[in-house]
Write a protein that binds this ligand. Sequence first.
Ligand SMILES: *[C@@H]1O[C@H](CO)[C@@H](O)[C@H](O)[C@H]1NC(C)=O
Length: 447
Amino acid sequence: MTNFSTIYKLSVVALTCCFQVLLVGASSSSCPVLECWFVQEKVGRGGGLTGATSQEKSLLHIRTDAHSQDAASQKTPTDINPDRVYYVTDPAASLCHHSLNPPRGSIKKPQCEINPFLPQPSTLTWVASLTDSALSPIYLQADWFSAAFQGLNEQLGVSTIMRAPTGSKEHSVILSVTSKTVSVKSRLGEPVLLDCGFWADPASPLSGSGFAVEWRYQFRGNGRLVVAYDGKTDRVADTQEEGATLDFEGLHEKGNASLILQKAKVHHTGTYICSVYLPYLLAQVAVDLEIVEPPSLAIHPSPLPLAVAGQTLDVQCEASGFAPLTLELSWEFKGADGKSRPLGSGRVTGHRQAWDGTYSQSTRLELDTSKLDLGSGGEVTCVAVHPGGTRRASATLSVIGFSTPSIEDSMAMVGVALVLYGLIKFVSWTFSSSGSDGADKQDKKEK
Ligand SMILES: *[C@@H]1O[C@H](CO)[C@@H](O)[C@H](O)[C@H]1NC(C)=O
């Protein structure tokens, strides 16, 4: 009986476990319910925009199919105004990525902001052709939102344009732009891919009549056009940028708008904005690129000259070819005992910038062989700590005429002393035996 109940209990436990696994699995593959900041410009007393913005919490139930009901069954948190709860249909499932759908109860949440959007034709040369022909303006008369999402892994960025019939809270994604590499690091000289892809609802009258893609660069207030492409007339705009291109085949076939930089250079560090245009619509995601190159190190003079004990030796370490300008230089010494100890940072110079934008900086160490207790020498190492990695360079230091005797030296000295003593004794004995009695007497007196 007890056996049976134990087996029964165990199987219940096992079943419950299985069920939980199934439930967790199901919920992580489904589309999220996202908390979003609804941000809009405040309307002033006179009816105009005051320039200030208001923020309200809102809730987006995401689904891939307008007819699915499971999203609607969830409860709304009490701090969210029921008027700000929306049902978003996203057939491409761009918003169903797992990094936008954290496990329930997790503290970190994906970021999301939603704003009212006003469809309008663009006057940019590479976009203007999209609105050449008259389109259905009735379709544009609706509630339009733009929404921007940031995934938990800090690698996913999605931006969407959504439309709902006026007054309805059921929105459909019409255009979405996604980047899976929101933050990119690259070594110097390597090819770089900044990911960007878009999806346009084929059922929308705005899709199928062309698109345009634009990559813009921004860094500390400076901006420039990198690539612009009119997909309707298949024309690339003239830009100053060299070695930047798109995969045009992938762009037309799969909406792959990724930017390819053939060779990473220091001045490529910055923010790149991928903008995708449909007629009257625009969605964009930003991608940060940082070029990180660790320094090369060289020690001068090389090899180090022999140092005489008590002498001061000047050693220099030059770090070059690195970016960004974040470097910590220091020195270490490893003696005959094999233990490393720090010698400080030395005298660090200001930095210089080379033609290719990389930096160099050096440090000078005064090795005072009398003070630093360096023994008979060892290994002097220059250490450079950089975001691209830690680099080391070493040189061998030999100190000669070094004052504290070693054990072998002491034993040799004792031996020499003994031999000398013996020699003196022998010489004095030879002299005294062949010398006068007076000398003998004197000898006895001494004794
Ligand atoms: C987009 O195109 C680039 C360049 O051809 C390629 O490396 C990348 O894998 C493509 N991305 C996707 C999602 O197809």
